[in-house]
Design a protein around this ligand. Sequence first.
Ligand code: C5P
Length: 129
Amino acid sequence: MATVRVVVGGAVFDRGRLLAARRSAPPELAGRWELPGGKLEPGETPREALVRELREELGVEAEPLERIAGEWPLKPGYVLQVWTARLLSGEARPLEDHDELRWLTPDRVDEVDWLDQDRPAVAAAMRLL
Ligand code: C5P
């Protein structure tokens, strides 16, 4: 039986703003905005994976806070789960997978073209902000 693999995304908050990251690849996703994150590696918990992904992709240390209720299908065999997270240290830079970052205040959260699968989690995250 095929197991479903989890992709974890982070709704990273800092000083009342949400971090959005623009994908640079693959071609069908490039230019769309997402909550940064990625696939769990074997043996990792979602929280551990999120900490690692945010370190690799953005060069920051972050603390996962709470899971946003729900789970969203991605390509076959993958689902997206999202945690809120707090920035602990570092200044986010697009080191891997992204070519631009934006810190969005609640009134500007709709100004970027979010990936469809991230939209419900973004809306839920803004209700927590
Ligand atoms: O970043 P990574 O390539 O590991 O992500 C795995 C898959 O999860 C990508 O194909 C992307 O479509 C999806 N993803 C997503 N929303 C996110 C993070 C990843 O749809 N916030």
